[in-house]
Design a protein around this ligand. Sequence first.
Ligand code: URA
Length: 442
Amino acid sequence: MIPARLIERKRGGGTLDAPEIERFFGGYLAGEVTDYQMSAFLMAVYFHGLERDELAALLRVMIRSGATLDLSGLPIPSADKHSTGGIGDKVSLVLAPLAAELGLGVPMMSGRGLAHTGGTLDKLESIPGFRTDLSLSRMQEVLRSVGCVMTGQTAEIAPLDRRLYDLRNATGTVASLPLIATSIMSKKLAEGIQGLVLDVKVGAGAFLPEEDDALELAETMVEMGETYGVRTNALLTAMDRPLGGAIGNALEVREAIECLGGAGPDDLRELTLCQAAEMAIVSGVRPSPSAARAAAAEALDGGGALDRFASMVEAQGGDAGVVGHPERLPRAPVVLECAAERAGVVAGIAPRTLGWTVVEMGGGRRAVGDPIDLSVGFVLHVVLGQHVEPGDLIGEVHAADSDSAACACGALRDSVEINTGSSVSPRPLISHRVSAVGVERL
Ligand code: URA
């Protein structure tokens, strides 16, 4: 194989056959294809996409790059959820222990921050001591003892995705339908689960902001899941504004703990309950969405989900005391309150600007392997449709120093659109369900 010839063909819009895909990506894992060659190939895929057979071959190589969990001995049904990525999306932190409370085994494999979006692993690592690099056998032990486990790809599990993920993050090649679909589905299908729920974001903060593209992504991933025998449903959910109020790693863990305790922002709770119900449906542990939702609400309000989260944190080496004492999470030295400059109605909150500002503040990576500041970010104090007066608090900035805080406060003011007119038309929180039987508008 001459890598440059395959790159040239893809760059020209041509197709590769399955053995070529296997050799190119296998060669990357073996050190025969370099990072710069893979980056060039990813950029060609970004512009030209992948044909159906190329996509299937890439998914196969990615799954086979590591081991697949064998959950056949697990005495309960297993299911998981994955989001295509958004701003303030901390649902996984709440959902894994919540679904475990519903009687599911949840072996959740997540990723790090990607472009302007945060990553579950980074968020979890803001809990002192929390390990996200569990071996396959430790992952299974935690799953069996706690009912849920949240970890990252290692040399054993989906290693090709981990390497491509880092490279895509550093080379502006994240927002590609085939690369997102194979990245997510390789991790999820390596988990050996029976049911899967996909949260496909749509709107300005999503990698694929347009509804048609998001639907195509959802349909592609549902088909991949079903092809591998995993019952898969996708929900299209709003990312035209951030989810909840907290944006930034430790701040999001804090808000997730509030939600686990039955409080927290309404949109976060609602989306989490709907996804929990969907997980119960794909794995058959509850007869109806309403029964599943009621059980999930009870697990949040009754404290069961929070206790389960604490057990998981402890089993993964973390300080479970953060549950009762969130002040033990990393805290930024500077907290600046930002006020509205005029009166009106909050008509929009631009998620992408806020996400990139968190990266700018040090809360995300500019290059592969960069250390990140887990304490920085925003806490929004307004929601869409809310009326504000000049001087009203729109949000807090948590920053490493006062210069960075002042810049971020400017970005927050730019992101929050305040109109004198009264009509605000946000996307519905959940707009579509995609399953093996087709697309349903909700
Ligand atoms: N989440 C992933 O795991 N991969 C992507 O490419 C996007 C979101």
